[in-house]
Design a protein around this ligand. Structure first.
Ligand SMILES: C[S@@+](CC[C@H](N)C(=O)[O-])C[C@H]1O[C@@H](n2cnc3c(N)ncnc32)[C@H](O)[C@@H]1O
Length: 224
């Protein structure tokens, strides 16, 4: 599988000074991931890396999840594909620099495609590309604004089974408010999350083909 083991830990002195861009070495990434080993091997556990660079953490988490897919569903082609896509939907990143987020998307799509033996024209490849275009966000994790200046929105994906997925969108500032709300025993703690935190967008159930049809990234790559 494609990885990040031979990458340099810095790209330039200017980028270190301007953006604190120093990548974590693979051996340290693995040690850190081992601290939450069970979660990295749970297919649908969600990870958000708010300064993801080109994916030094997200790529190995995806590799661990795909190994779990193989162990559990490797014998069924349909289930293997469905759960590999579910694994991909569970990973999120935010990154300030356009080249890093583009590299992160490409590396993760490469790992996903290689595992399933996909070609760029395949529906599942395009569905994966669509998921990554939403989950790997070009923006500022501090201000919670995307590169266009709008509020960062994250897509919450869930499996409906039989190759179908549900998507609800939440503003990141609302989600972080939700975490704080759970921490504090506030006046409203008797209310369920659903009564206070509403998604900013709700979508009808989607098949892989529906998700593929929404992909705009692959068209550019293969020049359709
Ligand atoms: C220290 S590097 C770490 C990259 C990766 N997480 C790793 O461990 O290898 C920090 C990354 O955060 C990005 N970054 C800096 N400020 C950011 C911000 N406010 N929001 C999102 N990303 C940011 C930088 O461009 C850089 O890629």
């Amino acid at each position: 599988m494609q990885g990040t083991s031979e990458k340099a830990l810095i790209k330039s002195k200017a980028r270190v000074a301007d953006h604190g861009e120093v990548f974590t070495p693979p051996w340290l990434v693995e040690k850190m991931l081992d601290l939450v080993k069970g979660e990295t091997e749970r297919i649908d556990s969600r990870f958000l890396e708010p300064a993801c660079g080109s994916g030094n953490f997200l790529v190995p988490i995806l590799q661990r999840k795909l190994a779990a897919v193989e162990a559990k569903y490797g014998k069924s082609d349909f289930e293997k594909k469905h759960y590999a896509l579910l694994a991909l939907t569970s990973l999120y990143g935010i990154e300030l620099l356009a080249d890093n987020i583009a590299e992160c998307r490409a590396l993760m799509l490469g790992v996903f495609a290689e595992y399933l033996g996909l070609e760029p024209g395949d529906d599942l490849y395009r569905a994966g590309s669509h998921v990554l275009s939403l989950n790997l966000i070009h923006g500022d994790a501090m201000s919670m604004k995307d590169a266009d200046g709008g509020p960062i929105t994250v897509a919450e994906w869930s499996s409906l089974g039989k190759g179908r997925f549900n998507r609800r969108d939440f503003r990141l500032d609302v989600l972080t408010g939700m975490a704080k709300f759970r921490e504090e025993r506030s006046l409203f703690s008797h209310l369920g999350d659903h009564e206070i935190f509403q998604p900013s967008g709700d979508h009808p159930p989607m098949t892989v083909r529906d998700m593929a049809a929404l992909d705009t990234e692959t068209d550019m790559e293969i020049g359709e």
